[in-house]
Each structure stands twice: as structure tokens, then as C-alpha cells.
Design a protein around this ligand. Structure first.
Ligand code: MN
Length: 244
């Protein structure tokens, strides 16, 4: 390949590289714009996955989720999904204006792009819907919506827990809003309800990771104990914000 092709290829490994084209003539400096989360249109027009800053310390969710699990989960698992989907988007020339757009066409991408894109996005939501001293019960509009859809918070928790327990192998349990109605479901692997694959769709409000890497160090095979304790770290305010 010639020099221009080489530089172009190098730039495609970087976030926001598509805006870097005007720089190709004389310099190789990258324009490293901040990765956008959920397509917030700040500097670049092409969506790139990023890793949100963890809103609390690794040990902040103790004793319900242990510090070691959080550290490995965030710095190894999640970081790898982000790195790999960034590479996959460059390799496959995938462009999207937002995460929603990316997932709406995910059936046309490689399994690599789908799995790592889901992993990147799902974990950002997961970190944000948890907090130290969380739990309790939702309030206000979210409480009304949950009561309306499921009858009670207790019934909602029972059904959501079932979604997490019945997911064989690895996956996620979700609370979504779909056409103005709340619903619970689950997806395998790193799929999510925004994807144009599978049977469960909607806009996620709450997501629970039921991969063993989310709980195995502390709970081993006892997924039920992880889920039961997980309710103590749910950030209902963050869930309510997603409902809007
Ligand atoms: Mn995970």
C-alpha cells in the first residue's frame, strides 16, 4: 500500500477518524475527539462506542458486588468490548449516527461487531443503573408506570428476576419501554432490545448482566443470590431518567 493508504488505515483505528481526512495531506496527527456515548453529537458526526467513567469506586457496591469483580468487569471485560467494536467498525467500514442506528442494522454486521457493540453499550447502561446505597423502591412516574404494567413493584421484581434466572448461559435481563408500555424480557450473549435481531425489543430502562463474570467470584453458581442482592444497588433515579 502507498503512504496515503497506510495513513488512512492507521487513522481508521482511531475514534473519530472519519473527520481526520483533511489532515491526511501533511500530518499524521489524529483528531481524538471524545468518544460519544449514545450518539451525543458534539464534535464528530460518526458515532463511536466509548466507555463511561465508572460513577463510583470499584468497592462502592460492596457487599452486594465485590470490588474485584467490579474492577475486572470494568477494566477487562467492558474495556475489551469497546476496543473490539471500535476495531470491527473500522474493519467493516460501519458508520452510524448513534448507538440506536448501529443496533437497528446490526443484523447486517459480523457477529464480532454485534457481540462487542452490544457488550460496549450494555455495560455503560449497567454501570449507570447501579449506585452505592441504592435499592429501595422507584417513585413518581416510574412507580406509576411499573404499577400500571405489572400490578406492583414486587410483581415486577419477581418477573424481572425470572427473566434473569431463565436466561440459559450468558445474557441480560431488561426492563424496556416499547410503544409507551413497560415490558420485561431477556436477551442472550451481548444482544440487547435495540437490536434488529431476536424477539424482544424496546428501549432499555434497566439492564442486569447475568453473565457469570458479573457475579462468579462472590456468588459462584448462585445466580439467584446475586440477583437478590443486586436489587440493593439499583439506582432508580437513573432508571426514571431513562423513562423521561
Ligand atoms: Mn458483563
Amino acid at each position: 500500500m502507498d503512504r496515503k493508504q497506510f495513513i488512512l488505515r492507521s487513522l481508521q483505528f482511531s475514534v473519530g477518524s472519519f473527520l481526520a481526512a483533511p489532515l491526511l495531506a501533511e500530518q499524521t496527527q489524529r483528531t481524538m475527539s471524545e468518544p460519544m456515548i449514545d450518539g451525543n453529537p458534539t464534535k464528530v458526526t460518526t458515532f463511536a462506542f466509548g466507555q463511561v467513567k465508572l460513577p463510583y469506586a470499584y468497592d462502592a457496591l460492596e457487599p452486594h458486588i465485590d470490588a474485584k469483580t467490579m474492577e475486572i468487569h470494568y477494566t477487562k471485560h467492558h474495556a475489551a468490548y469497546v476496543k473490539k467494536v471500535t476495531q470491527a467498525m473500522a474493519d467493516e467500514n460501519i458508520t452510524a449516527g448513534s448507538a440506536k442506528e448501529f443496533f437497528a442494522k446490526v443484523s447486517t454486521y459480523s457477529a464480532n461487531a454485534r457481540n462487542n457493540g452490544g457488550g460496549a453499550w450494555n455495560h455503560n447502561l449497567y454501570w449507570e443503573v447501579m449506585k452505592p446505597n441504592g435499592g429501595g423502591e422507584p417513585t413518581g412516574k416510574l412507580l406509576d408506570a411499573i404499577n400500571g404494567a405489572f400490578g406492583s413493584v414486587a410483581e415486577f421484581k419477581t418477573r424481572f428476576t425470572e427473566m434473569g434466572m431463565k436466561r440459559f448461559g450468558s445474557g441480560w435481563a431488561w426492563l424496556v419501554t416499547n410503544n409507551g408500555k413497560l415490558d420485561v424480557g431477556s436477551t442472550p450473549n451481548q444482544d440487547n432490545p435495540l437490536m434488529d435481531v431476536g424477539e424482544f425489543h424496546g428501549t432499555p430502562l434497566l439492564g442486569m448482566d447475568v453473565w457469570e463474570h458479573a457475579y462468579y467470584l462472590k456468588y459462584q453458581n448462585k445466580r439467584d443470590e446475586y440477583i437478590q442482592n443486586w436489587w440493593n444497588v439499583v439506582n432508580w433515579d437513573a432508571v426514571a431518567q431513562r423513562l423521561g
